[in-house]
Design a protein around this ligand. Structure first.
Ligand code: SF4
Ligand code: SF4
Length: 102
């Protein structure tokens, strides 16, 4: 795993990404209608660890989220899951735009 120490800072330019309170309980994954094991808790863990490459490798999953907030309304830690997913999308869109400009 390659750690990018600036990844979280860069993520937060596009909004408030905050999953520090996540306890990795798995409630969100169990309730997600998409049934994607990765979404959202593992993705959030990768982001917190600065594993940018692994997050970007899950772009399709990030954009498949329905933003239905089923997970969020049952999160015992009060993590703003949908907002975090939106922030990840904003970051990815920014990266794609920057690549196109280069
Ligand atoms: S339900 Fe909340 S605390 Fe539990 S794993 Fe998901 S985001 Fe983390
Ligand atoms: S907001 Fe996204 S991650 Fe949460 S339950 Fe809905 S589809 Fe799944």
């Amino acid at each position: 795993m390659k750690v990018d120490p600036d990844f979280l800072t860069a993520l937060n330019l596009g909004g408030g990404f905050d999953a520090r309170m996540c306890m990795n309980c798995g409630t969100c994954t169990a309730l997600c209608p998409l049934g994607v094991e990765l979404l959202p808790r593992k993705l959030f863990r990768y982001a917190l660890l600065g594993d940018r490459d692994r997050v970007l490798g899950q772009t399709e999953t990030i954009f498949s989220c329905l933003l239905c907030r089923m997970c969020e309304s049952n999160c015992p830690a009060g993590v703003h899951i949908a907002e975090n997913v939106r922030t990840l999308r904003t970051y990815i869109n920014r990266e794609i735009h920057a690549l196109a400009e280069a």
